[in-house]
Design a protein around this ligand. Structure first.
Ligand SMILES: C[S@@+](CC[C@H](N)C(=O)[O-])C[C@H]1O[C@@H](n2cnc3c(N)ncnc32)[C@H](O)[C@@H]1O
Length: 284
């Protein structure tokens, strides 16, 4: 059934890289707690944006649960949780995780663009760092809309185009310097967007583009956070001062880097150049 790019995506995500700062045996309580502690420390806005405790008794669907860290938090907060992921690795890990934490939830292997649920089944759909890895994003969004109750919410994180990580770390440093423009920006982005190189498919989005794509939702509120240089190296995480750069001669790259440096010199809030585009949308 799966062919071409879909198979490549499943294969890539089926290999679970080691988690940073993990402790204990995979699947154990110690392990579960250590990866959660690390996640919410390096992504400081995440807990308050998710409001894990504010959904008691509500039905939540997570698309692309990975290791199930956020799913456990929603379950701990009293929500009735369901998750899907396109890999069996993620499904198994999330099930073990819920069990180790003494929590309950339903986790199965499905592609988010072909959900097995009835219409209007969920109060909230949560998806963190997933839809930008699918060439079929519009099908996923249509499915999310279908399974949400009227008035239900979608909260998702996508990678942000007007970000330091995209323009500086991926395009300026890697494509213009290291790879000398030999491959497309999209290929570079896919190659270097994750901890483990070689992701088959990654895209970046702007707030305006997402508002247009989500036109069939009632309300769409984008925001931006997580201004980092490099998601794989904690020493290079936060950006808080102007960059040492030379002109690259590529118009949009130079424009972005100049704008970033001007904002850093003025002491502006640099979150606007963050890697995470957070979408809060409501079904009408
Ligand atoms: C970067 S990981 C994010 C995992 C988790 N949400 C987190 O924040 O740690 C992306 C996950 O999305 C899953 N995924 C990718 N495409 C998917 C799709 N079309 N439907 C469901 N899951 C998908 C992958 O298998 C992987 O587990």
């Amino acid at each position: 059934m799966e062919q071409g790019i879909e198979t490549e995506i499943v294969d890539y995500w089926s290999v679970q890289p080691p988690f940073r700062a993990e402790q204990g045996e995979v699947g154990s309580l110690t392990w579960s707690r250590s990866i959660s502690e690390h996640r919410y420390r390096v992504i400081p806005y995440l807990k308050s944006w998710a409001s894990f405790d504010a959904h008691r008794g509500k039905k939540i669907l997570e698309i692309g649960c990975g290791a199930g860290t956020d799913l456990c938090e929603f379950a701990r907060g009293g929500a009735e949780v369901t998750a899907v992921d396109v890999t069996q690795t993620a499904v198994d890990l999330t099930r073990r995780r819920l069990e180790a934490e003494g929590l309950h939830g339903s986790v199965d292997r499905y592609d988010g663009s072909r959900l097995p649920f009835q219409d209007a089944a969920f109060d909230l759909v949560w998806s963190f760092g997933v839809l930008h890895h699918s060439p079929f994003m519009d099908d996923l969004l249509a499915e999310i809309h279908r399974v949400l109750k009227p008035g239900g919410e979608l909260k998702m994180m996508l990678y942000h185009r007007q970000s330091l990580l995209y323009y500086y770390s991926i395009i300026y440093l890697r494509q213009l310097r290291q790879e000398r423009g030999r491959v497309s920006r999209e290929a570079m982005l896919s190659r270097y967007s994750e901890f483990r190189t070689g992701c088959p498919y990654t895209r970046v989005f702007s707030s305006e583009e997402m508002k247009e794509r989500l036109w069939f939702f009632g309300q769409v509120k984008p925001s931006i956070d997580y201004c980092v240089y490099d998601t794989a190296d904690e020493r290079k995480l936060r950006a808080d001062k102007p960059l040492e750069i030379e002109k690259s001669g590529v118009e949009d790259v130079d424009r972005f880097l100049q704008e970033f440096n001007d904002a850093a010199r003025r002491g502006s809030d640099l979150r606007q150049y963050g890697w995470h585009l957070l979408i809060d949308a409501k079904r009408a």
